[in-house]
Design a protein around this ligand. Structure first.
Ligand SMILES: Nc1nc2c(ncn2[C@@H]2O[C@H](COP(=O)(O)OP(=O)(O)OP(=O)(O)O)[C@@H](O)[C@H]2O)c(=O)[nH]1
Ligand SMILES: [Mg+2]
Length: 199
């Protein structure tokens, strides 16, 4: 299957939801705790090293970064959730904007929820899953940084997370991933392409 995301181009860094492109077409958002690897995942998916800004310092993405890979079809890199060292005022602003985005964005068709495989299913992740279930939003979980664990640890974490997810959000899909090595990139790409098709 050709990768439709390789033609992505940067559209805008929005400080507020209102600054995003007009709310039509289709959009998939990349959400997750700070430092989970959202920006690196977008770069891996689009095959574009410097498209989304990556940093060793958590809290790097402080804007809603929007990319377009086909007319009216977009990817949105959300700011990381829950990074303690970001000043309180800024954290509040971002939580508010993320909530506003998730609740109000009509073009949003699905969420890629990214977790560090070494620290899966933290409170934010559980809240996001519960919300996705409630609002019937498509959600695909990435257990990222799989390169940091042995293959048996990767397998057992996957099984564990799948079990928990089946109880909370039966429609969610889960895969292991390494944005660094691009392991699992084809699977991710196929899931997202099927979403864009079905809407
Ligand atoms: N080993 C390993 N490191 C990764 C992987 N994905 C991301 N990283 C590293 O994790 C750090 C954070 O990556 P980002 O992509 O900036 O994470 P983010 O979720 O966008 O972070 P915020 O924008 O701060 O919310 C960087 O140092 C990345 O190089 C992975 O699959 N394996
Ligand atoms: Mg980021």
């Amino acid at each position: 299957m050709p990768n439709i995301f390789t033609n992505s181009r940067f559209l805008i860094s929005a400080h507020k939801v209102q600054q995003l492109p007009p709310d039509n077409g289709q959009e998939i958002a990349f959400a997750g705790r700070s430092n989970a690897g959202k920006s690196t995942t977008i770069n891996a998916l689009t095959n574009h090293r410097g498209l989304a800004k990556v940093s060793k310092t958590p809290g790097r993405t402080q804007l809603l970064n929007c990319f377009e890979f086909a007319p009216g079809q977009r990817l949105v890199d959300l700011p990381g959730y829950g990074y303690a060292k970001v000043p309180e005022k800024m954290r509040k602003h971002w939580q508010q904007e993320i909530n506003r985005y998730l609740l109000g964005r009509q073009s949003l068709i699905g969420i890629v929820l990214i977790m560090d495989i070494r620290h899966p299913m933290k409170e934010f992740d559980q809240q996001m899953l519960a919300w996705a279930h409630q609002s019937e939003m498509k959600v695909h979980l990435l257990l990222n940084k799989a390169d940091k664990l042995s293959s048996s640890q990767v397998r057992s974490t996957l099984e564990q997370v799948k079990k928990t997810v089946a109880e909370v959000t039966p429609n969610a899909s889960v895969q292991t991933f390494s944005a660094l090595r691009k392991t699992g990139a084809k699977e991710l790409s196929a899931v997202l392409q099927s979403w864009f098709k079905t809407v």
